[in-house]
Design a protein around this ligand. Structure first.
Ligand SMILES: CC(C)(COP(=O)(O)OP(=O)(O)OC[C@H]1O[C@@H](n2cnc3c(N)ncnc32)[C@H](O)[C@@H]1OP(=O)(O)O)[C@@H](O)C(=O)NCCC(=O)NCCS
Length: 183
């Protein structure tokens, strides 16, 4: 029986497919790939989050990640279709303190500059609007993270001020669904 029928919660553990990427939830078996991303100082430098210390802490983080169970959706592993390798993550996260849904992404440095974050981010936005029925999606980015700001601009997100979040000053970007704009 599907998880949806068992729990009543729609199953979004499989996310969008794009020309080059599959999206799916991380499992504990992905701990090494998760660590390769979140344990990499170059990846983490402008995220405002600490560098993960070990594969074991990656396993703990994946096992304790509540979002797919609690809110129904979350950040997905980005799997390169060509090779099956996990090369990053992208997806949606509900931020209770802002009562907003945030899009976020990280990729391994060797895959930067190929348009993959733009492809993944655009797919997450489409999924949020078309499948989840969201009205608005935000992104929080440090002002010095020029590559990420470029991604947000390329997917059509607009600057909507700045805010203090978890002790840092972040730029707020946002996009609204066409449905909301039409009503
Ligand atoms: C931000 C990140 C996801 C971008 O991934 P990516 O796959 O290289 O992104 P894309 O190739 O889709 O697009 C990057 C754009 O930024 C531009 N760019 C890259 N580095 C840049 C820089 N230092 N200054 C200005 N623009 C830059 C690229 O030229 C490209 O724009 P273009 O297509 O108009 O030329 C990647 O750098 C990353 O994983 N960074 C570490 C994690 C992180 O900071 N995540 C975001 C937190 S808000």
């Amino acid at each position: 029986m599907s998880r949806e029928r068992l729990t009543g919660m729609p199953d979004h553990t499989t996310g969008p497919t794009t020309p080059r990427l599959l999206h799916r939830a991380f499992t504990v078996d992905d701990a090494e790939a998760f660590f390769a991303i979140n344990g990499n100082r170059d990846v983490m430098r402008l995220t405002g989050e600490p560098v993960l210390e070990s594969v074991e802490s990656a396993r703990t983080a994946i096992a304790g990640y509540p979002d797919f169970r609690t809110i129904g959706y979350g950040r997905w592993a980005c799997v390169l279709k060509d090779t099956g390798r996990i090369i990053g993550f992208c997806g949606l996260k509900y931020l209770p303190d802002l009562d907003a849904v945030d899009v976020g992404y990280r990729f391994l440095p060797e895959f930067w500059g190929r348009g993959l974050a733009t492809e993944a981010c655009a797919a997450s936005l489409r999924y949020g609007f078309d499948t989840l029925g969201l009205d608005r999606i935000i992104a929080l980015v440090l002002p010095e993270n020029a590559a990420s700001i470029r991604v947000l601009e390329r997917v059509g997100m607009k600057r909507d001020g700045e805010l203090e979040y978890e002790g840092l000053t972040a730029l707020l970007y946002a996009i609204e669904s066409r449905r909301r704009n039409q009503s």
